[in-house]
Design a protein around this ligand. Structure first.
Ligand SMILES: [Zn+2]
Length: 407
């Protein structure tokens, strides 16, 4: 097995979470009598470029179920993030009615709706048909294609290059990172900018966010590794910002290597910060397993203790993060009775692996649990505000990461 960027043989295990089903493989009631496909969930660190990546074995069609159930527009926090981004990017790059914005993985149009509001031409690229259909219903041109080199060549030949390519929260999820970044480079106008956002590997390690690991999350990126990958495909990073999303993300602003754009001071500062944290050295990547195990053990102890005391524990947020934690810890419905999720596409189904039922929020008022475990800890504030009423019967909130906390 070789590094998906630089092809150096991989032999350093970063984290081994055993095996689990794909995080989006929610089950219908009828599926509960059938077996489930599990795949190893193991990450390696490349000793040459420090790209942390999932095992090659994950290249399996079963990981990409058509039954994709994530609609970005169901999270208010996420919509606000997208709206702020559009305001900032369009102003910073002075985009207008003659510009073109292309978003890769445009989902249900959660972001491009704000570009459209400004009368700036835009095109979304979204291979998942049910989310793309929602975007089209909003009047956003959406192409149901996979993005990469061949798409970009074809698009530029028939249409034009883009002044802004938005690829937020997709880079870490593409199996062929070279093909994807090469596509970004080809799609950009000579003075155009591409922005990418991804969870920062520095935060993953320092905040023990091992539950952000799942099969469809192929790459775990640092700034210095991403800079190498971009440079290999003719792109230069001219600015970097830190964002609170997904527990600490980076937003990179990249242009073609031959662009006249000048780099901000943030670029050198981020490299210095990663160097100071030890990210240029393999020792940084070792020892993460012990951190993950300690969190898993504490979480299980909490659940078992609650069960023995007759306390009812439920979960909130049927996202990938929760599935990684629950499956690694071997939690089942006897320890976590149900998980609430706002998405009607998940309600009435069961979490992959753990087979815990997913229900609507009304269940909380009915069953009056003692604890609500917030699985997407990055949305903790939003969720605790929304569920503030549970204090009426003395229910408390719990999170497992970065360490077991009860509030
Ligand atoms: Zn590598």
């Amino acid at each position: 097995m070789r590094c998906r960027f630089c092809e150096t043989p991989l032999d350093e295990v970063f984290l081994d979470l055993g095996s689990a089903p794909p995080s989006n493989a929610f089950l219908a009631a009828a599926d509960l009598n059938a077996p489930e496909m599990h795949f190893p969930l193991r990450l390696f660190t490349c000793q040459a470029c420090h790209l942390v990546q999932v095992d090659e074995v994950q290249k399996h069609d079963a990981l990409f179920s058509n039954d994709y159930v994530y609609f970005s527009s169901y999270s208010r926090t996420w919509l606000a993030h997208a709206q702020r981004y559009v305001a900032r990017a369009t102003e910073r790059l002075a985009l207008d009615r003659d510009s073109l914005v292309v978003e890769v993985a445009s989902n249900d149009g959660y972001l491009l709706q704000y570009v459209q509001d400004l009368d700036i031409p835009c095109v979304g690229i979204e291979p998942t048909s049910n989310t793309a259909a929602v975007a089209r219903a909003r009047g956003i041109e959406t192409l149901s294609r996979f993005f990469g080199r061949s798409f970009a060549q074809e698009f530029v030949a028939h249409r034009r290059t883009a002044d802004l390519v938005v690829a937020n929260n997709v880079l870490a999820h593409v199996p062929d990172i070279n093909d994807f970044v090469s596509g970004l480079s080809l799609l950009l106008a000579p003075e155009g900018t591409a922005t990418v956002e991804f969870p920062h590997l520095l935060q993953l390690v320092s905040q023990s966010q091992f539950d952000t690991v799942y099969h469809e999350h192929f790459s775990y990126l640092s700034f210095h590794t991403t800079q190498q990958i971009f440079a290999a495909h003719g792109l230069r990073i001219w600015d970097v910002e830190e964002l609170p999303t997904h527990g600490g993300s980076l937003r990179l602003w990249a242009c073609r290597s031959d662009s006249t754009r000048r780099e901000t001071e943030a670029v050198a500062a981020m490299l210095a910060r990663e160097a100071a944290a030890g990210m240029f050295d393999m020792d940084f990547y070792r020892g993460f397993q012990a951190l993950a195990d300690a969190i898993k053990d504490d979480f299980l102890s909490f659940l078992i203790d609650c069960k023995r005391k007759g306390k009812q524990v439920v979960g909130y947020g049927a996202a990938a993060k929760g599935n990684t934690l629950l499956n690694y810890a071997g939690v089942r419905a006897d320890l976590l009775r149900y998980v609430v999720d706002a998405s009607p596409h998940k309600q009435g189904r069961y979490l992959p692996g753990s087979r815990i039922p997913v229900v609507a929020e009304a269940a909380i008022r009915e069953s009056r649990p003692d604890y609500v475990v917030i699985l997407p800890w990055n949305l903790r504030d939003e969720i605790t505000r929304q569920l503030a009423y549970v204090s009426e019967w003395g229910c408390r909130f719990a999170t497992a990461i970065p360490s077991m906390g009860i509030g």
